[in-house]
Design a protein around this ligand. Structure first.
Ligand code: NAI
Length: 241
């Protein structure tokens, strides 16, 4: 195994479960020092214990990405324990499944944007000064295919995930001259807690549009994210995969 991320300091939000956990595991295998930043302390601590047991270097920091003070504290703790961040993966996300945007409550709408979009902005704002100082850094924002394709019942989520793409393309132009790349990985349907609620009928309907005819695995998303933060992807920015 090559260690493409040797001693790079990586912050991964929402890494206590699902896709974020898979990214944390792969990054540790690739030699990165990882901060698992998640609102779920129980699962987050378990993930970090398992990463350390396998020889990785990792910390957990209880973080609510929708709260800028919480994010600033997390970045400060990362700098103190692991070093200045070279990599940021904005993966924390939530979804409200409603039969119509009219049935979405104001609280759900606000929370969807606060976590899925503001959270990403808070984290970028907190880590970019370190990356600018270093003249180097990689950010991957996790979007979703529904951000460009739309999906019935998910207007709150699709709107926020569409915002992820516009934000990332703009930021990519702003920070490219300082050696920083920002890309989006926009998965289709991946086998995590987020898709557990899908019925067999819903899955069957979805599979018709998926060439592989199955749900994706978190590891398969992690592999793409790891490539985008590796030196081999230094000339790729503002893209969505
Ligand atoms: P998941 O529900 O398994 O994990 C999400 C993680 O985010 C959890 O550990 C949760 O505690 C954490 N989180 C939630 N709110 C938070 C907050 N305010 N602050 C910090 N952490 C918070 O979900 P999954 O499937 O792993 O999703 C990861 C990302 O991938 C999300 O951004 C999601 O929108 C995106 N995605 C997932 C797809 C899927 O089919 N599972 C498809 C497309 C995109």
């Amino acid at each position: 195994m090559t260690h493409r991320l040797n001693e790079k300091v990586a912050i991964i939000t929402g890494a206590a479960d699902g896709i974020g956990q898979a990214i944390a595991e792969l990054f540790c295998q690739e030699g990165a020092f990882v901060c698992v930043a998640d609102i779920n302390e129980t699962l987050g601590m378990q993930v970090v214990e398992s990463l350390i047991a396998k020889g990785g270097k990792a910390i957990f920091h209880k973080t609510d990405v929708s709260d800028i003070d919480s994010v600033n504290n997390m970045v400060k703790a990362t700098v103190e324990s692991l070093g200045e961040p070279n990599i940021l993966i904005n993966n924390a996300g939530i979804i409200y499944q409603n039969d119509s945007p009219l049935n979405t409550t104001q609280a759900q709408w606000d929370k969807s944007f606060n976590v899925n979009l503001d959270g990403m902005w808070h984290c970028c704002k907190a880590v970019l000064p370190y990356m600018e100082n270093a003249g180097k850094g990689s950010i991957v924002n996790i979007g979703s295919v529904v951000g460009s394709a739309g999906n019935a019942g998910q207007a709150n989520y699709a709107a926020a995930k569409a915002g992820v793409i516009g934000f990332s393309k703009s930021m990519a132009r702003e920070v490219a001259s300082r050696g920083i790349t920002i890309n989006v990985v926009a998965p289709g349907f991946i086998d995590t807690d987020m898709t557990k609620a899908l019925s067999d009928d819903q899955k069957e309907a979805i599979f018709k549009d998926i060439p592989a005819n199955r749900l994706g695995e978190p590891d398969e998303i992690a592999a793409t994210v790891a490539f985008l933060v590796s030196d081999g992807a230094a000339y790729i920015t503002g893209e969505t995969i």
